[in-house]
Structure formats: structure tokens, C-alpha cells
Design a protein around this ligand. Structure first.
Ligand code: HEM
Length: 162
């Protein structure tokens, strides 16, 4: 199993990237409600994902959970504890039966809206570029760890059920 340091090395993710992401935290906080609206508009339009979001009370709690994840992406600290959390998130979605396809597609929606947020807030192309690259690296790392543990969890389930 890879360590978080190895994962970061493979994505050329440096301390400078971590610093850049933490600089974005106030902007992401300010935009988190709009970003979450976009995320949920997307999830609610697809029957296969909307079925997980039927109960209004659960929906409010879940929105908070997903918003906390978004904030954690810009926490600036990406250690083995962070890796374990992402593995756990992958396993949770397998447990409840969300097809990996929708997790990938939802990440794409989040990525697009984060990039649009950078477009609107950083007119200087060089600034925007460095923030975009750091953001793309951490989103790819999130998806990589979540989907690896997703596949492992799915395999484990197939073996256990036979
Ligand atoms: C739970 C993140 C996509 C539905 C969670 C949790 C996180 C998270 C952090 C809490 C996990 C835990 O504490 O165990 C993400 C990320 C996604 C994503 C980063 C992709 C960018 C989706 C999609 C759906 C979904 C596509 C489909 C509707 C849920 C549900 C739970 C959950 C229903 C609650 C699970 C439970 O019963 O505990 N997600 N999620 N998520 N997510 Fe997502």
C-alpha cells in the first residue's frame, strides 16, 4: 500500500501546492454554498443519484458532509491521516451502493465549478494557472485514492459473497 508521500510524489504535488491550496481556502469558503448547489443540482437531476437524496432531513445533513469534504480539500495538510479519510470515503460509497461512475462524474462537476471560480477571481493568468494546477492535482489525488479503495472494497465484497 502506498503512503501519502508516495502518492504526492507521483502527482508532483509539493509543499508549494499545499500552500497554494490553503491560500484558496477563504475563497472556497465564500463560494462553498454555490459550489454545493451546483453539486446537488447535478446529483438531483440523475435518477440513479437522486434516489440517495430523497429524505429531506438526511439531505441537509449530507449537504453538510459534502461541504466539509470540499473545505478539507483546501486544508493545506495532506498526510497519511488524509489518505485514510479518503479511503474511508471510497468505502462508504461502495457500502451504500453508489456506482463509481457517478463519483467520477460528480468530481468532474466540482472541478469545473472550482475552475470557473478561479477564472472569476484571478484575472492574472500566471496566478490563476498555479492555483488551477494545485487544485487539479489535489482533486485527482482525491479521486485516485477514493477509486482505488472503491475497487478494493468491491473486490473484497465479491470474494466474501462467494
Ligand atoms: C457520504 C464525499 C459523491 C452520496 C460522503 C462522505 C463524504 C463524501 C466525505 C462522508 C463519508 C463518511 O464519513 O463515511 C463525496 C465526494 C464525492 C461524492 C468527494 C465525489 C466528488 C457522491 C455521489 C453520491 C453521494 C455521486 C450519490 C448520490 C453520498 C451519501 C453519503 C455520502 C448518500 C452518506 C453515506 C452514509 O450513509 O453514511 N460522501 N461524495 N456521494 N455520499 Fe458522497
Amino acid at each position: 500500500m502506498l503512503t501519502m508521500q508516495e502518492v504526492k510524489n507521483h502527482y508532483f504535488f509539493t509543499e508549494k501546492d499545499a500552500e497554494l491550496l490553503s491560500e484558496l481556502l477563504p475563497l472556497v469558503r465564500d463560494n462553498s454554498s454555490a459550489l454545493m448547489d451546483a453539486f446537488y443540482d447535478y446529483l438531483l437531476k440523475i435518477p440513479e443519484t437522486a434516489k440517495f437524496l430523497r429524505n429531506e432531513q438526511d439531505l441537509q445533513k449530507l449537504k453538510k458532509t459534502h461541504a466539509e469534504w470540499l473545505i478539507s480539500v483546501f486544508c493545506g495538510r495532506y498526510d497519511n491521516e488524509y489518505l485514510l479519510t479518503l479511503q474511508h470515503i471510497g468505502q462508504t460509497h461502495v457500502r451504500i451502493g453508489v456506482n463509481a461512475h457517478y463519483v467520477n462524474a460528480a468530481m468532474n462537476v466540482m472541478r469545473r465549478h472550482l475552475i470557473e471560480m478561479l477564472q472569476s477571481n484571478y484575472p492574472n493568468i500566471e496566478d490563476r494557472r498555479k492555483y488551477r494546477i494545485a487544485t487539479e492535482k489535489i482533486l485527482d489525488i482525491n479521486l485516485d485514492i477514493m477509486s482505488t479503495s472503491y475497487q478494493e472494497e468491491e473486490l473484497r465484497r465479491v470474494f466474501v459473497s462467494h
